[in-house]
Design a protein around this ligand. Sequence first.
Ligand SMILES: *Cc1c(COP(=O)(O)O)cnc(C)c1O
Length: 402
Amino acid sequence: MHSYPDASAVVRALAPDEPVILNRPHAAARAARFFVEKFPGKSLYAVKANPSPELLKVLWASGVTHYDVASIAEVRLVRATLPEATLCFMHPVKTRAAIAEAYRVHGVRTFSLDTHEELDKIVAATTNEAGEPATDLSLCVRLRVSSDYSELSLASKFGVDLVDAAPLLQATRQVADALGICFHVGSQAMTPFAYVQALERVRAAIVDASVTVDIVDVGGGFPSIYPGMEPPPLEDYFGAIHRAAESLPVSYSSELWCEPGRALCAEYNSMIVRVEKRRGNELYINDGAYGALYDAAHVGWRFPVRSLADDAEGVQEEDFAFYGPTCDDADYMEGPFSLPAGIKAGDYIEVGMLGAYGAAMKTAFNGFGQAEAIESSDEPMASQYRGDRRDPRHSDNVVSLR
Ligand SMILES: *Cc1c(COP(=O)(O)O)cnc(C)c1O
């Protein structure tokens, strides 16, 4: 893949008519090494955040050996891309055929569940032809926890309630070689306390059920940096999780896992778009709600932007909203996105931090969605991993944990 020093160099060389996705393998590698070295346990990459095979190879080369997959297509993709990777099928609702193929064809041994029905399904799909149940399953019971500290809730859809957890943990213990408890605090958790609170619920579940637990999996939710969302440094999260996990009654015998999606890949991509029309402070650009800007349209996510015009430095900026290229009124991103007041049709914009739930969301709706991928060697627009982060709220956020 051709590499350019930055987005401006791409525009000068190509003046692209279609959006361009910029890949920053160095940024993904840095994030992966950070988790591998500093998280006090094992880090599984949550593939749904960005399933690009190039990215998967970068993460593997940087030491990420375990992958959280949620569909049989993700199982096949990661197996084909990384033949030696350990795959964990962490969607609590799977088809019997998907479980059987994952187990028999792709060597998957770790599955999550949040009901007795799913447990029965996993046992049936992994029992051999002689009627002998599998003896090598790692089964993680997904506990429902609060999403109060996260920007995107994952609390309502999955997870067994604490009051119903004990019988499910006991039944799972009977058939599992290794028993795990997992949860997800919601995406972009803005304080480490989210994990501390969830681990308190794990403690209650373990005590209630009186089972030994081999895996405590704190899920995803580790944040990245976006306009208006400056989380504390990730070390604070790791420290708080470590202390809370150490105090669990099973800490001497259990492994600690996490499943970062966003935090491993947000910095991997940005996108170059072109302004096709301006109407007041609304810019009609060539990517949008059906492209990489799904979250900007649907949950009002604010991605960082910068003008790539030569004279953009130091000029006065104004707030803009974006329209995407399709004919749908919903193809609208309110922002606000701060850009030079004089921006006009034909100008290019770089939208940053699109590696997680951005580049992966592109559809071909209405004939749009093409985008070339090009490598860029510059820094992402923001980084959790540069080692120079000083967050003014840092001390406020951790004080309650100590
Ligand atoms: C989506 C998801 C993740 C990744 O979440 P992030 O907020 O991107 O870190 C991890 N685990 C499970 C089960 C998920 O569904």
